[in-house]
Design a protein around this ligand. Sequence first.
Ligand code: ATP
Ligand code: MG
Length: 258
Amino acid sequence: MKNIIVIVNQKGGVGKTTTVLNLATALVQQNRKKVLVVDIDPQGNATTGAGIEKNGLKYSVYDVLINNLAVTDAIVKSPSCKFDILPSNRNLAGAEIELVDFKKREFKLKKALAEVSANYDVILIDCPPSLSLLTLNALSAANYILVPIQCEYYALEGLTDLLNTVRLMQSKLNPELEFLGILRTMYDKRNNLAIQVSAQLVEHFNEQVFYVSIPRAVRLAEAPSHGSTAVAIDPESAGAQSYLRLARELLKRLKEAE
Ligand code: ATP
Ligand code: MG
């Protein structure tokens, strides 16, 4: 089953984690899907945003990657958003270096997720803002790639680098990796630059750009401080509504790609 989606952009602060958490909540709440979130960022923002105390974890993705812990022993349930999560914290920063000595180091996450992927309808992986060994593990494990983009001046430049990496990944590590789409985040329809960049994106990538875009919305930014998501706390808010629509568009795309 092809159900693993990596949310990736080496640029920081473009809305990767916000997208993973709200999309996951939307898929559970609206579409009754079984969802696993994989936090592979040492910042552990997805873990905290799912209402889990990252410094109090018994086990984390680190133990799975480095100590060969069974992935089911590390997975916990988000109390606020009802999806499962393979959590992370700063221990994972060391994994980058420790992994270097492993054989098949780019495939550690893939191997781990193979144990549980059949238990879920969708698995979403949240990446750190770098093209590191952790990100390579995520790209090796995934079937599909989703790229959140903030429509600003440097966005397209970063996208070219990322697409080159993806092409390299496809030829070396994961020939089955498919592009699911580009998501415009924090999109301000009244900002001229945003409109221009968005138009360029659509011109270059056509229907690979998700029809739904995510507006800049206070609720989306506030929710993590409550250990939850806008979709869970305030599903009627503009930000939550856009992620609920995105969940529908994503399921449609997955179906078409099957
Ligand atoms: P990093 O690269 O550090 O992991 P990221 O790509 O995961 O960052 P987020 O953490 O999701 O990005 O978002 C960066 C900041 O912008 C956060 O404070 C988040 O709450 C806020 N944010 C994200 N999306 C929106 C939005 N649509 N409207 C308003 N604020 C947003
Ligand atoms: Mg993040």
